[in-house]
Structures are given as structure tokens and as C-alpha cells.
Ligand binder design. Structure first.
Ligand code: ADP
Length: 490
């Protein structure tokens, strides 16, 4: 890394607890790297059970005492709005940090992640004053009403693919509903969360309302899940870890929301606008280097359109700009780590061994002699039963599967344990909506891919998890309802 770049990483590599930056109780640190340069970025304090305990205590205190519980809903809304504004004011710096730490193209972090994170805070700022109970017409001489109350301390555990955006998805609704939070970022990518801590302080968020404890899953993460002072865990990550969290959370019967893996089908009918569908297939799988839970990793293509479609698709994929993630024209950045790159290359080997045809990409690439880059890979002739069609690869690898008709497409699309997202490309409005109903997925895109908005719910069917983040639905994840009975008899 050049000295100029090093200067741009002005992050306090410490835990953020009770409004202060502090070293870990153990005084241990861990290394954070730049995957595009295979270089050290900085050392960050390594939180573990003792730090989680301090963070939970700070969050408990902030929930029950001090300015936070006394704050009016409108004031809370103004605070959230301010956080959104500060994210936009600091967007260039935050995007650079995200790109240096995650390897994603600056185009994505600056044009998508940052505006979306700010929009999430702005969206939930509007909700604070609109969360209320109801009066219920019960029989007899009683008044019955409900109170919609926060849960208390919420634990948020997030992955490395959208580090800042995932923090926003968890924090904004949790704070809008009056909770306090302990956030554990992924060990690979803690830097933007720590920068966010500075922004929260600058916005005037009271001490202890949000605490940020970087560290590893089995230590810091597990301690948060098991802590009796934590009311709820909101988790985004792999299905395997999601299952483990569900087991670990059962000891204290925590509320859970899990946003897990996917193997989303992207279905192209022969009557679609094929150029638009090619663009959609490309962004569907290669956006974010394919390290995206909703990636369109299974391309289902109608037999009669297969040849024409594949020709256009392969041509476009082979021309995608792999390069320095900080370059504005780069569209394929570095995978997040050597481990992730090796996992992805392992799946490419498996695809070859199973008899699928690799028609483009699939090998490691270096940029200026370094980096965990993998060329966008497309497999043709894939059967839905193959490993590369069944398992979440979390990398730039597309499995192409042919289908005969709508019935066959839906059957193959649903033949997966996952159900996060799906897309359909067709000019036939009836077929599109019939498919949307039949697909077992939390999000269905018709003639587009990857659309998201803070106002629209997002989450999984089947083993892609449960609970809906974003939109009005996320308010349910962070509130509980109390029924109050008043005797009005004379
Ligand atoms: P990915 O496959 O995207 O790396 P993981 O599911 O492994 O996703 O990790 C997502 C998040 O879950 C990370 O913050 C990680 O540290 C955390 N994590 C991993 N294992 C556990 C665990 N046993 N308990 C709690 N959190 C965990």
C-alpha cells in the first residue's frame, strides 16, 4: 500500500464501548488486510467474551438510564436523520475504506453501498414517530390498549460482504424503535463499522446506545449470542452459522432474525428482452464479485433461447474489467480473502470434475502481480443436482441450467434448500406473475435483478432464514407488544 493510501485509513482500531474507544480486555489485536494487495492494512483490537460483557452492560445501562429512554420519538428521528446525513458527508472516505478492506470496486462502495446505508437511516428516521399501539374494542367495562415497546439490548452479527450496509440494516430499525445495540462486525472487515462509531458519536448518539466489538465468531460472536442480557440477535451470514446461532440462542430463548445463504434462480424465458436479461444475468452473479447472498448463481435458460443468449452472455462476461478496486472503471474486485478465493477455485474444480462445461473465466487473476482475483466464470450444461448448482459458492461463478417450459423452470428453480431471491425475465405478463407466485423466495424480481430499497422487505424462505429486514416489517423484529387492561367499572 502506498503511503498516500495508508493516510486514508484514519480509523481507530479499537473497540467502541460506552461511547469510548478502548483496547480489548486481553489487549490482543488481529490483522486486517487489503485483499487486492495481499497486504496488511491495520491491527484492530480483538474483542472476546469479557469485552462483549462490558458492551452488553453499557448497552443495558443506556437502555434504562440517561438520555436515550427519555428522548422523544421525534428527537430520535432527527438523530437518525443526522447519521444518514453524516454518512453522505463522509461517503468518499467510507467508500475508500470499504474498498480497501473488502476488495469490492469503488464504483460499488461509493455509488451503491454508501447511498444505500444513508438511505436506510433516513428511511427509519421517518418511522420513529409512527410506531404506536392500538385501542381494542373488548367486551365489558374495560379499556384495552397495546404498547409497542423496544426489546432492550439487541445483538447484531454481520458478514464481510456489505460491511457498512449490513450495519445500517441492523442499527437503523433497532434504534428507530428505541433499542440499544451491540454490533459485532465480521473479523475480515471491521473498519467501516469503527468509522461509523465516530459518526454516531458526532451525531450525538448517547454513550452506550451502540457498542461495536470486532472479534471472531466462535469467541465474540458466540458470547453475544449466549449473553443473558441480550434480548435478540439479528444475524446475517451463512446458513451453517445461522443454525449454530439458533442452537446457541436457545439457552436464553432469544428472539432471532436470520438472513442466510442463497442459491437464487435467475430464469430467462425465450420471449424476454434478451439484451436486458444478459445485463441482468451479469449483475445478478458478478456484482460484488458474487459474494452476495442474493446472487443469481443459477441461470435457468429456456432451451430455444440458449445458444443466442449464451453467446451474448459469455462475450459480456469475458470483457468485464478486473482491476484495482480503487479504479472507478473496475467492475470485478478482489475476493475478500485467500481462504474465500481458494474456496471459490475449489468449486470451479468441482464443476469441471462433475462434467459441466466452463465456457469462460474461472482462473485466478493478478493485478499488478497481486490480489485474490478470480475471472468471472460461467459453467454451461449444468444439472441442478451438481454441487455447483446446489451449494452457495459466494463468488463469481454462474451455473447455467436449461429448462423446457414454465412448469419445468419453476420445478428446477424451487429444487433447492434456499429461498432468498429469484428473478424472471419475460415479456408475457401472465407468465411473469404466475412465476412470481410459484417461486419459493423472499424476493422475486421481474425483468430486473438486485433491486433493493430501505422501504421494501427483504428476507428468506426455507433455509435462507426468517424475519424480514427493511421496510415496515423490520419494526416487528425490534419491538414487542404489551396488552394493557384498565377496569372502568363504577
Ligand atoms: P461468511 O460465510 O459470510 O463468512 P459467516 O456465517 O461465517 O459468514 O460469518 C458471518 C458472521 O458470523 C461473522 O461476523 C462471524 O464472525 C460470525 N460468526 C461466525 N461463527 C459464529 C458463531 N459460532 N457464533 C456467533 N457468530 C459467529
Amino acid at each position: 500500500m502506498t503511503p498516500a493510501l495508508q493516510q486514508e485509513i484514519q480509523v481507530t482500531g479499537k473497540l467502541f464501548i460506552g461511547g469510548e474507544f478502548r483496547a480489548a480486555v486481553s489487549e490482543k489485536t488481529f490483522e486486517v488486510t487489503n485483499p487486492a494487495r495481499e497486504s496488511h492494512l491495520m491491527a484492530v483490537s480483538e474483542g472476546a467474551a469479557a469485552d462483549i460483557d462490558l458492551a452488553v452492560k453499557a448497552a443495558q445501562k443506556a437502555f434504562s438510564e440517561g438520555p436515550w429512554p427519555k428522548m422523544s420519538a421525534a428527537e430520535r428521528g432527527r438523530l437518525l436523520w443526522k447519521i444518514g446525513d453524516l454518512l453522505l458527508e463522509n461517503a468518499d472516505e467510507l467508500a475508500r475504506i470499504e474498498t480497501l478492506n473488502n476488495g469490492k470496486p469503488i464504483f460499488e462502495s461509493r455509488q451503491i453501498d454508501l447511498p444505500a446505508a444513508a438511505a436506510c437511516f433516513h428511511y427509519y428516521a421517518g418511522w420513529t414517530t409512527k410506531i404506536h399501539g392500538e385501542t381494542i374494542p373488548v367486551p365489558g367495562n374495560f379499556l384495552n390498549y397495546t404498547l409497542r415497546e423496544p426489546l432492550g439490548v439487541c445483538g447484531a452479527i454481520i458478514p464481510w460482504n456489505f460491511p457498512l450496509l449490513m450495519a445500517a440494516w441492523k442499527l437503523a430499525p433497532a434504534l428507530a424503535t428505541g433499542n440499544t445495540v451491540v454490533l459485532k462486525p465480521a473479523e475480515q472487515t471491521p473498519l467501516t463499522a469503527l468509522k461509523l462509531a465516530e459518526i454516531l458519536r458526532q451525531a450525538g448518539l448517547p454513550a452506550g446506545v451502540v457498542n461495536i466489538v470486532p472479534g471472531f465468531g466462535p469467541t465474540a460472536g458466540a458470547a453475544l449470542v449466549q449473553h443473558p442480557g441480550v434480548a435478540k440477535i439479528a444475524f446475517t451470514g451463512s446458513t451453517e452459522v445461522g443454525k449454530q446461532i439458533m442452537r446457541e440462542a436457545s439457552g436464553t430463548l432469544k428472539k432471532l432474525s436470520l438472513e442466510l445463504g442463497g442459491k437464487s434462480p435467475n430464469i430467462v424465458f425465450a420471449d424476454a428482452d434478451l439484451d436486458a436479461a444478459v445485463r441482468g444475468a451479469i449483475t445478478g452473479i458478478f456484482y460484488g464479485k458474487g459474494e452476495v447472498c442474493m446472487a443469481g448463481s443459477r441461470l435457468l435458460i429456456e432451451q430455444s433461447a440458449h445458444d443466442a443468449f449464451m453467446e451474448k452472455l459469455v462475450e459480456r462476461a469475458s470483457k468485464m474489467a478486473i482491476g484495482d478496486p480503487l479504479h472507478p472503471k473496475t467492475r470485478i474486485g478482489a475476493l475478500v480473502s485467500a481462504a474465500q478465493m481458494n474456496k471459490v477455485l475449489g468449486y470451479i474444480d468441482a464443476g469441471n470434475r462433475e462434467g459441466a462445461r466452463l465456457v469462460t473465466g474461472g482462473e485466478r487473476a493478478l493485478v499488478d502481480g497481486k490480489g485474490y482475483f478470480v475471472k468471472p466464470a460461467i459453467f454451461d450444461g449444468v444439472a441442478n443436482s451438481m454441487k455447483i448448482a446446489r451449494e452457495e459458492i459466494f463468488g463469481p461463478v454462474l451455473a447455467t441450467i436449461e429448462f423446457r417450459d414454465l412448469h419445468d423452470a419453476i420445478e428446477q428453480a424451487n429444487q433447492t434448500m434456499y429461498g432468498l431471491a429469484a428473478a424472471v425475465w419475460t415479456r408475457d405478463i401472465k407468465k411473469a406473475h404466475r412465476a412470481a407466485r410459484a417461486l419459493q423466495a423472499g424476493t422475486v424480481w421481474i425483468n430486473n435483478y438486485n433491486m433493493l430499497d430501505a422501504a421494501s422487505p427483504f428476507g428468506g424462505y426455507k433455509m435462507s432464514g426468517f424475519g424480514r429486514e427493511l421496510g415496515q416489517h423490520a419494526l416487528d423484529l425490534y419491538t414487542q407488544v404489551k396488552s394493557v387492561w384498565v377496569d372502568l367499572s363504577e
